[in-house]
Design a protein around this ligand. Structure first.
Ligand SMILES: *Cc1c(COP(=O)(O)O)cnc(C)c1O
Length: 482
């Protein structure tokens, strides 16, 4: 996606790829959508693909692969140990991150399991810019706790800060001084902070975090799952690094970290994951756990086909004209909604468009899961599947009370190169309709609530018959249209 000017002066992102394999979509009727979400316990995770028009649940494992990725899968070298495929992947990671050691895993959270088991002890603290669901669970499981030290604008819905994912350096140092560096298992920076709108950190900020880590002798761990968006934002928003190539920015960024782990379902548009490090001591400890949880050291739970696709995908991440598609489509969607007054997280980040449910449905109290209710309402109105990122995604306190999330977001992920601009416009159109009719939306309550990661398979019901009313209004306004 290049900066191509239109004669008409319309500002739209122009795809720099062509589509050669397509998949047919169905848009079920509004009655069927209501039925389907009821069957799914009002949890968008439990919907079936056949009932979904645009799947904006996640960018995980659903990004479009390139022709070169598909082609590479054919030359995969299958063997339990020592395959050429693994060597190619390992060499590519060494090349782009400049780190000596690599351990393969089956996906991102598996890296978190291994890292937490090795580095987190009962009573440990892990400071981070912001947590991710699985990260926090693994740290807690090993007896540690998370401290979020995001900068003050990080949790503001509307901001002009281009780097809302930055860590607050003073708070980091104060935290270390307060608890003592021995208590700190490691400092974790998350590229493209997932839960607060895909917001990036700056390279400058990472350098400052590194300085504090050096001063107190603490390891710096990077969660690079959403690195590609973050790289694009460093390149386009951070004046100091504008002249550097994506490859150079990646090298510089990696040189500041001790450990880098990632989900290959996102980074590299494939599957799998892995941990890179330059610290031999940590590497040896982590290595023991790979055969136990993942598989032998030269596949770690990945198929050779996945590894080949990942290798090419990582190389393609170094191409600005490839990694800019996601952020530019997201920016288009965010700006269209923002112009019309729909509350969205700004500036546009990576990963997806994030609607602020706290404001969109400000009449729904947090204990009735406003973002979850909005996700359900949008599905009924459009067949678009989004994901709740708010209180529902939190875990209750040990005493059973709710942990109210800082933000109540409906995330509409933008899988890379999957949707066309007219499909994005359709989603925008239905969101605008829903915004007009927002007073019809009411809350949800649990009827079946799992203790851990409840958002994945918990079941809920509406607090009233508001969904019937929404369907009725839809039919009034759209008639026979789906
Ligand atoms: C998705 C994600 C993970 C977990 O990766 P999986 O491959 O889904 O297990 C970890 N961290 C971040 C920031 C993520 O976005």
């Amino acid at each position: 996606m290049s900066n191509i000017k239109f004669f008409s002066e319309e500002q739209i992102p122009l795809e720099m790829h062509k589509v050669r394999i397509v998949q047919k979509l169905e848009l079920p009727t509004v009655e069927r959508r209501f039925e389907a979400i009821t069957e799914a316990g009002n949890n968008t995770f439990l919907l079936k693909n056949r009932d979904i028009f645009l799947d904006m649940l996640t960018d995980s494992g659903v990004n479009a692969m390139s022709d070169r990725q598909q082609a590479a899968m054919l030359i995969a070298d299958d063997s339990y140990a020592g395959s050429e495929t693994f060597i190619r992947l390992e060499s590519k990671l060494r090349e782009i991150f400049g780190m000596k050691f690599f351990l393969p895993t089956h996906q991102g959270r598996a890296c978190e399991n291994i890292i937490s088991q090795v580095l987190v002890k009962p009573g440990s603290i892990v400071p981070m810019n912001y947590h991710f669901t699985t990260t926090k669970s693994h740290i807690n499981l090993n007896g540690g706790r998370v401290e979020e030290i995001i900068n003050d604008t990080g949790l503001e819905i509307k901001s002009n800060n281009p780097f809302k994912g930055n860590m607050d350096i003073d708070k980091l140092e104060n935290l270390i001084k307060k608890h003592g560096s021995d208590k700190i298992a490691f400092v974790r920076m998350e590229a493209g902070t997932n839960l607060i709108g895909g917001q990036p950190f700056s390279l400058e900020n990472l350098s400052e975090v590194r300085k504090i880590c050096d001063k107190y002798g603490i390891l710096l761990v990077l969660d690079a799952s959403l690195l590609s968006d973050n790289l694009y934002f460093i390149k386009t928003r951070e004046e100091k690094f504008k002249s550097m190539s994506i490859r150079e920015i990646t090298r510089k960024l990696a040189s500041l970290c001790d450990v880098i782990y990632f989900s290959g379902r996102k980074l590299g548009c494939a599957r799998g994951g892995g941990i890179c490090t330059k610290n031999e001591d940590v590497f040896i400890k982590m290595r023991e756990l790979v055969p136990l949880y993942e598989g032998f050291l030269t596949y770690g739970g990945m198929s050779v086909r996945e590894m080949e696709a990942l290798t090419i995908g990582l190389e393609e991440t170094m191409d600005e004209n490839i990694i800019n598609q996601g952020p530019q489509f997201i920016s288009f969607m965010v700006n269209e909604l923002d112009k019309k007054g729909v509350p969205v997280v700004t500036p546009a980040g990576g990963l997806g468009c994030h609607i602020n449910a706290m404001e969109f449905v400000d009449h729904i109290p947090q204990q009735e899961y406003p973002a979850g209710a909005l996700a359900v309402a949008l599905y009924i109105a459009s067949g678009v599947r989004g994901m709740e990122r708010g209180t529902l995604s939190e875990q209750r306190n040990p005493d059973g009370s709710e942990v109210f999330s800082n933000m109540e977001l409906l995330r509409l992920a933008m899988p890379r190169r999957v949707f066309t601009l007219s499909q994005v416009k359709y989603a925008v159109d239905r969101i605008l309709w829903l915004y007009e009719n927002r007073k019809l939306i009411e809350g949800l309550k649990f009827i079946d609530e799992p203790k851990i990661l409840r958002f994945f398979f918990g079941r809920l019901e509406p607090v009233s018959n508001w969904q019937e009313n929404l369907v009725k209004k839809f039919k009034e306004d759209f008639g026979d249209s789906l």
